[in-house]
Design a protein around this ligand. Structure first.
Ligand SMILES: [Zn+2]
Length: 637
């Protein structure tokens, strides 16, 4: 019951990393997480302090006025962007506006997240969105002016020196830019290859049709665990698919896939439309394939994609073995899709209150060295107020990490004392430390890490935590449970997402080769993939081949593979650091500090992970193999 922040054990751990932080520690109030309390009841130290972003709401309004004035100034400066000095003035204002708008938008977003129904806060949030949209409208102006520069002007003009990384980044794809008339037509067609924002926020007409159909679609009723008739929905499907009662999960999967089967031709048509659009935009800009075009957007070599798919395919025997192990351990006559989502080992009901999680995470991430540890201690210290820790009535569910240049990152949690909560916290702290290190090492134009590197630091932390929890597990049961969590994480993130990537590539190849994209063709590709990936002990039911039909990620233009490369890299890096490979920690921290100042593959290669080779994928799959060995040893009678 008496859970103060500093226990003796914490002292030992913290001493090694940050003596100063300890001195400032004072006993913290106790708190029992409760999603139904009103926010003011939560002790202030467990909420984030937004004042470093903007002092208060009144100041916020003034800063928003300033941002508006900057946007007006930009409109005026547009006219002179055809000279180097005119462009330099424009860019100066553009990046000042960008930094300010990001900062006030983050303030509004974070407030909104914890006060979903407060009208003043909603209004502030709307105003921030409006400013962001207005700034984004400057995107084409910037691009046009920058692409008109010569390489010589970029490399030698002193007025442009401050913007050089940004200019070079735009120029890297100058080969894919067309003449003004063609560019105007592509913009009207909804070109997303040059979007300033995340691609996934720009739905194509096909994606909108898919989303609308998913919204209209009524799934059948099924029988739940207590024998009651309930309506299956896309949001409760995951829960029923993992039901302990086999007939319930079987019923849910059958109902879902029978429905998808009924609409398979429409769903094939929306997906075909998306793939055709991707190929159209790629070819219009002179790329041979959509894969090349969309990976080039993030400066990633298509070899990474092919290497991932080929290496995972070469080791599907491990997934076959996992299916066989499931069959044996769960005493099933045969393994179906609906048998994949139930836990292999029994859960542990251990409570992990925040003070304990804080101590465990500090210890688990010790392989990252004292410098990382010291900053991590600050992030985890409630009196620093980076973290909004506990749920409350008006707060949105979920967790994230977010940052604006010049201020420490913020972490949103809904911590409820479970193992998953601790793991989520370690994950979000990976993002947080990545942002923090990059921000302190880079300027405002190069600190943001590219999307391709986004899920590496987070999954590396999760992996280190998992290793630590296995090593310090009190019982074999607990150990088996943590290991089974790890196998599921690798199955769903590396094997399943690579299967999706494999499918996405074949889908685009159909279009690129001028072959028809029908439900029949897609079902046949998907069925073949299930056979290859899951192996002989896996039973494919009649509807399984249509699973592709409801996966929204296939509309995200070559995005799914980054889940697999993210976890692969996270595991490979955690392995290097856990085994104390000389220089591994420094190289990793250098990658985190690089932000987007170097091409993502190069940053990662310098950290010891070369994704154009099979080595990191194999290293991650070796971990999967070892985990299976260990699970077999622990669980087999
Ligand atoms: Zn993440």
């Amino acid at each position: 019951m008496k859970r103060m922040c500093v226990t003796t054990a914490v002292v030992t751990v913290l001493l090694a990393v940050n003596l100063l932080a300890l001195a400032a520690d004072t006993p913290l109030p106790e708190w029992t997480p409760d999603a139904n309390v009103d926010r003011p009841e939560i002790p202030e130290v467990y909420t984030w302090d937004l004042r470093p972003l903007v002092a208060d709401n009144e100041t916020w309004a003034q800063r928003a006025d300033e941002a508006e004035a900057m946007l007006t100034a930009l409109e005026r400066l547009r006219a002179s962007t055809d000279t180097v000095s005119g462009l330099a003035s424009y860019l100066k204002t553009y990046f000042e506006a960008d930094e300010l708008i990001n900062r006030i938008t983050l303030y509004a977003n974070l407030q909104r997240d914890t006060h979903q129904t407060d009208q003043d806060i909603i209004a502030r949030h709307q105003r921030a969105l409006g400013l962001t949209n207005q700034l984004m409208e400057e995107g084409p102006v910037v691009r046009r002016a920058v692409l008109a520069l010569t390489a010589e002007q970029i490399s030698s003009s002193p007025q442009l020196a401050a913007f050089r990384p940004f200019l070079e980044q735009l120029h890297r794809r100058a080969h894919a830019v067309l003449g003004p008339e063609a560019e105007a037509v592509l913009a009207l067609a909804g070109d997303n290859l040059w979007a300033q924002i995340d691609l996934n926020e720009l739905p194509s007409a096909s994606e909108s049709a898919f989303a609308a159909l998913m919204g209209d679609l009524v799934l059948p009723e099924i029988i739940d665990e207590s024998g009651e008739t309930v309506r299956l929905t896309f949001s409760n499907y995951g829960r029923f698919r993992a039901s302990e009662k086999r007939e319930v999960r079987q019923g849910a999967v059958a109902a879902m896939f029978e429905t998808l089967k009924t609409y398979e031709n429409t769903l094939a048509a929306t997906l075909a439309g998306q793939a055709a659009f991707d190929v159209f935009l790629a070819r219009a800009r002179g790329y041979d394939t959509a894969l090349e075009a969309y990976l080039d957007k993030d400066n990633v070599d298509p070899a990474v994609y092919h290497n991932l798919v080929e290496t995972v395919r070469s080791r599907t025997d491990l997934l076959h073995r996992y299916v066989t192990l499931r069959k044996k351990l769960l005493a099933l006559d045969s393994v179906h899709l609906y048998d994949l989502y139930i836990p292999l080992a029994q859960g542990v009901d251990r409570e992990i209150p925040y003070p304990e999680a804080r101590q465990i995470i500090m210890t688990a991430l010790k392989p990252l060295g004292p410098e990382y540890g010291a900053r991590l201690a600050t992030a985890l210290d409630p009196t620093e107020r980076w973290i909004d820790l506990y749920p409350s009535r008006d707060k949105q569910s979920g967790a994230f990490s977010a940052a604006a240049y010049g201020v420490h990152p913020y972490v949103k949690m809904n911590y409820q004392n479970g193992y998953d909560d601790m793991s989520t916290l370690a994950h979000e702290l990976g993002h947080t430390m990545h942002s923090d290190l990059a921000m302190n090492a880079q300027g405002p134009l190069t600190w943001r890490y590219p999307p391709f590197l986004a899920e590496i630091a987070s999954t590396c932390n999760e992996m280190l935590l998992s290793n630590h929890m296995v090593a310090s597990a009190e019982t074999e049961k607990e150990k088996a449970w943590i290991l089974s969590q790890l196998t599921e994480s690798i199955r769903t993130t590396i094997f399943r997402q690579t299967l999706f990537a494999d499918f996405e590539l074949q889908l685009h190849e159909l279009v690129e080769q001028g072959r028809p994209v029908t439900a029949e063709a897609l079902n046949s590709i998907y069925r073949n993939l299930i056979e290859v990936y899951y192996g002989p002990d896996y039973t494919i039911d009649a509807g399984d081949e249509v699973e592709w039909a409801y996966i929204p990620h296939f509309y995200w233009k070559y995005y799914v593979y980054t889940y697999a490369t993210g976890l692969t890299s996270g595991i490979a890096l955690a392995e290097r650091m856990s085994h104390e490979v000389p220089g591994a920690v420094d190289a990793y921290l250098t990658m985190l500090r690089a932000g987007c100042s170097a091409p993502p593959l190069q940053s990662l290669r310098d950290a010891g992970v070369d994704l154009t080779t099979p080595k990191p994928v194999n290293a991650a799959l070796d971990v999967f193999e070892r985990t299976l060995d260990e699970l077999e040893r622990l669980l087999e009678p």
